[in-house]
Design a protein around this ligand. Structure first.
Ligand code: ATP
Ligand code: MG
Length: 408
């Protein structure tokens, strides 16, 4: 027999009232179903009863895989594996709770509280009486355990329903946030580095759906560098759902800027063209903002003055969720969400190849604008061509990315 037959999903409901609550719950149920596809498509049943969400597992399910899928759903704050047993007498319930504790804990010296909830009002015993009866049986079976009704180390829940009884006590932490789909869509500038995948994760955590764009510069950046970005997008998509990854061939633009503009301004001007193109893609795919992995002062192109210069070319808001983070803090999140190992693979990124020895750290906007004039109309044609050649890769977690050319 399986140890657990269901999961109770806890979610942050503070501030959720009326219509908002339904939008939140609907989106959450949809995302849970979506995430569970990796653990067995169509095999799980997700139900919403009295403002609570339960996932019922099939008999032959993989516990670890299922738990992992649920831990990737934004909006989920806690996951409680539930043992479902047939309805029985109070004495039967007490025995089941003792078994439950014996099987799920390693030490039996913690403080506890029994918390009964009686959904079946016809059950012969009241919830307080059942609490007392079961509590006594537990104390008898485990003499080193103690009852603490105010702040127990473990809360043992019993839910008495018509057909069956639910037992649960363990709580696994969920990622929190808002279910994806409750917050519009944004375009993530995704490089192969450590920061931008984390930035995407953080925006997605607020319920925002993601599209992404990667600026590729073959042959200066290899296919492996591109594959790394695809892999990163796939890791994020375990949280964010389907991601349309736009791959833009940036080589000609980059070379042209390199030829025409002062080298110390190259990074800033290149970044401005990335932003311009990203905004074009964002607008045509209904995104409400851009997302980058920038953090103040991390590198020359991320000083306040540099950010001012790159920001200037956008009309959409640019979300920079890592703006106040130290590198170490970003690395920690990258480790937790599983992108770090991929991000540190040593493939070149398009910015490192052309970077000047001494890039400007305090770009003067007027000078940058004047340098861009050197690019003449030709740059506009090149931008058009780059956008027209957009390769769109549809990224879905758990399956090979299917490459679709949706444009060009
Ligand atoms: P990351 O770790 O995300 O690569 P970084 O510290 O290397 O960031 P920069 O190279 O200055 O910083 O890039 C700043 C931001 O610009 C990145 O976080 C990313 O959002 C975007 N970006 C940089 N290069 C690319 C690229 N080749 N394709 C798409 N976006 C990019
Ligand atoms: Mg980078």
């Amino acid at each position: 027999m399986m140890k657990f037959q269901a999961f109770l999903i806890k979610y942050g409901e503070i501030g959720l009232k009326g219509k908002n609550r339904y939008v939140f719950e609907d989106a959450l149920v949809r995302q849970i179903k979506n995430a569970l596809k990796t653990a067995g498509e169509g095999k799980f049943e997700v139900s919403r009863i009295n403002g609570r969400i339960f996932v019922h597992a099939p008999e032959d399910y993989d516990f670890d895989l299922t738990l992992s899928a649920l831990k990737h759903v934004f909006g989920v704050t806690g996951i409680c594996p539930v043992r479902v047993i047939p309805n029985r007498t109070p004495k039967g319930i007490a025995e089941a709770v003792v078994d439950f504790i014996r099987e799920n804990y390693e030490r039996f010296d913690f403080t506890f509280k029994i918390n009964t909830r009686r959904a079946n009002k016809a059950y012969p015993l009241g919830s307080m009486e059942l609490d007392a009866l079961v509590g006594e049986a537990v104390l008898e079976a485990f003499p080193d355990m103690r009852v603490d009704v105010h702040s127990p180390e473990e809360m043992i829940h019993i839910e008495v329903r018509k057909e069956d009884i639910y037992l649960y006590s363990l709580v696994f932490k969920g990622p929190g946030g808002m279910p994806v789909g409750t917050g519009g869509k944004a375009m993530l500038l995704l490089s192969g580095g450590i920061d931008s995948p984390v930035a995407g994760y953080m925006i997605s955590k607020r319920g925002v759906q993601l599209d992404a764009v990667y600026f590729h510069a073959p042959p200066y950046t290899s296919e492996r560098a591109k594959q790394k970005v695809v892999d990163l997008a796939r890791i994020i998509s375990a949280y964010a759902g389907v991601i349309y990854l736009h791959v833009i061939n940036f080589t000609d633009i980059q070379m042209y800027i390199y030829d025409q503009c002062p080298h110390e301004e190259l990074t800033i001007i290149m970044r401005r063209y990335m932003m311009r193109i990203a905004e074009r893609l964002a607008v045509s795919s209904d995104c409400l903002g851009l997302v980058t992995g920038e953090s103040i002062g991390q590198v020359a192109s991320q000083t306040m003055k540099s950010l001012l210069a790159t920001n200037e070319v956008c009309t959409l808001p640019v979300y920079r969720p890592l703006i106040g983070f130290d590198k170490q803090e970003i690395i920690e999140i990258a480790g937790n969400i599983g992108t770090f190992e991929t991000s540190i693979l040593p493939y070149e990124d398009c910015c490192t190849i052309f970077v000047a020895k001494h890039p400007v750290t305090k770009p003067n906007l007027n000078i940058i604008r004047r340098s861009e004039l050197l690019l003449k109309e030709k740059i506009d044609t090149m931008v058009e061509e780059a956008v027209a050649g957009d390769e769109v890769i549809v990224i879905r977690h758990g399956e090979a990315a299917s490459v679709e050319r949706l444009r060009g």
